[in-house]
Write a protein that binds this ligand. Structure first.
Ligand code: URA
Length: 248
């Protein structure tokens, strides 16, 4: 997807940068694979008595994954929340946004990013002329941690199969990590959000970018200018010819 205008390549440490896009070196990719195996990551186990026929479309696959998530008891979060907030949006989205986990409004309404942080995200999307219904929005964990605490690593590990499967089914070209948790879960376990935001990371054919979580902007409005810089880049890549112009 990402168009290459004048090929520019440089190597910094273990990251190769081509036209501003960071590509993971093989060593880095290998270390991420090792990380997955170290963190008790269990690939999503589907009931083999109900195989998904090849021809079934994305929407149906996503609906079946949602059913699985709704009945999940892999961690204790489900007991403490009202409902599972699976995610919502266009099952064929080119652009996906991943937050941390549902807050109290999301837990009550069953939809991601509908509280104060969600309303700010809506304003950012509107300013960037990205239609919310054209993208897909979800969270690292699908159940609200009690008292809005950060999800614990074992909870993230238990839920990761759903997020990974969502990414696989929707197959977006671009994934935006909103905040540190999504960034550490999807880009680099040691990432600092301040240092990694605004950079493109490429895994396979997919581009990832981290930016500050809207809740961080509510706490510190001074961060808004950085998020706006990031969204300008996102819109530029979304609107490149190869991506079908999504984001307009
Ligand atoms: N914060 C998140 O990370 N996700 C939501 O859905 C709402 C607030």
């Amino acid at each position: 997807m990402c168009r290459t205008k004048g090929y520019h390549r440089s190597i910094r440490g273990e990251t190769i940068i081509i036209n501003g896009v960071r590509l993971m070196s093989e060593d880095r990719q290998q270390s991420l694979i090792e990380l997955m195996s170290e963190t008790n990551f269990t690939p999503f186990q589907r009931d083999n008595s109900k195989p998904i026929p090849e021809e079934i479309d994305t929407e149906k696959k996503l609906a079946r994954l949602k059913e699985d998530a709704l009945s999940c008891t892999r961690c204790a979060l489900r007991k403490g929340c009202r409902q599972v907030v699976f995610g919502e949006g266009n099952p064929n989205a080119h652009l996906m946004m991943v937050g941390e986990g549902p807050g109290s409004d999301e837990d009550r309404l069953g939809m991601p990013f509908v509280g104060r942080a969600g309303q700010l995200l809506d304003r950012i999307l509107e300013a960037a002329q990205i239609k919310r219904q054209e993208i897909y929005i979800t969270n690292v964990v699908k159940c609200r941690p009690t008292g809005n605490r950060l999800p614990l690593q074992p909870e993230v590990d238990s839920c990761l199969c759903f997020l990974q499967e969502q990414i696989k089914i929707i197959n977006p070209e671009i994934v935006i990590c909103l905040g540190a948790l999504a960034t550490r879960t999807l880009i680099d376990k040691d990432a600092s959000i301040t240092r990694s935001r605004g950079n493109w990371y490429k895994f396979g054919t997919r581009l990832y970018m981290a930016t500050f979580h809207p809740a961080a902007l509510l706490r510190d409005p001074g961060k808004k200018k950085y998020v706006w810089e990031d969204f300008k880049q996102i819109v530029k890549v979304c609107n490149s010819d190869d991506n079908g112009g999504q984001g307009q």
